[in-house]
Design a protein around this ligand. Sequence first.
Ligand code: SAM
Length: 213
Amino acid sequence: MDFNAFREKMVLRQLVDRGIKDQRVISAFLKVPRHLFVEEALRERAYGDYPLPIGMNQTISQPYMVALMCELLELKGNEKVLEIGTGSGYETAILAELAERVFSIERIDSLMQTSRSVLDSLKYNNVVTKVADGTYGWREESPFDGIVVTAASPKIPTRLLSQLAVNRHLVIPKGDAFSQMLYKITKTDKGFDTKDITGCVFVKLIGKDGWEN
Ligand code: SAM
């Protein structure tokens, strides 16, 4: 199977044709082998225009949604970013290509074990992970130059806002259990600017500032 050809087609049809412009995001998507972040039986579908199951009722997000979220962070390469919801580790790897250091939190230990081993095998040495409730953020490592939440929250976790650096962005899907709006929240020295980006559907963010388990 020619995964490189699948990947190039995915980038062109699903990302560029839909308006993803950041060349660094495009290069990261051309480089990261998405098929290695799903189980073997799903590899030939890894570059399809949809999310796929990764076990434990969780999903690897649709490529376009990952690209959009990463582009919204406006990363230049020297940043420290926080990801809530490591999942398969795919978005973590993309972020590791775009920023200097990535801190990623996952609540399900078995998913973290699998994603960590893929990230290690691909030598992403700039990724630090932990198993915890990500709605608390990672206070000791804050402030972050970008925070992305990859699961749907019923509200904006205030701890994440306080762990964001000024002039930086929090990207988060917020809404009910079935559909959400993707928000880009920018911290300014006067407060927060909130922008609606697009409708979306994510699995639930479960935790103190998310949904109850
Ligand atoms: N971007 C990921 C990828 O590429 O595979 C997609 C992750 S999936 C849509 C969302 C993940 O968030 C799931 O793995 C889920 O277990 C995790 N999650 C949900 N609530 C969480 C919380 N409070 N803290 C950390 N992770 C959480």
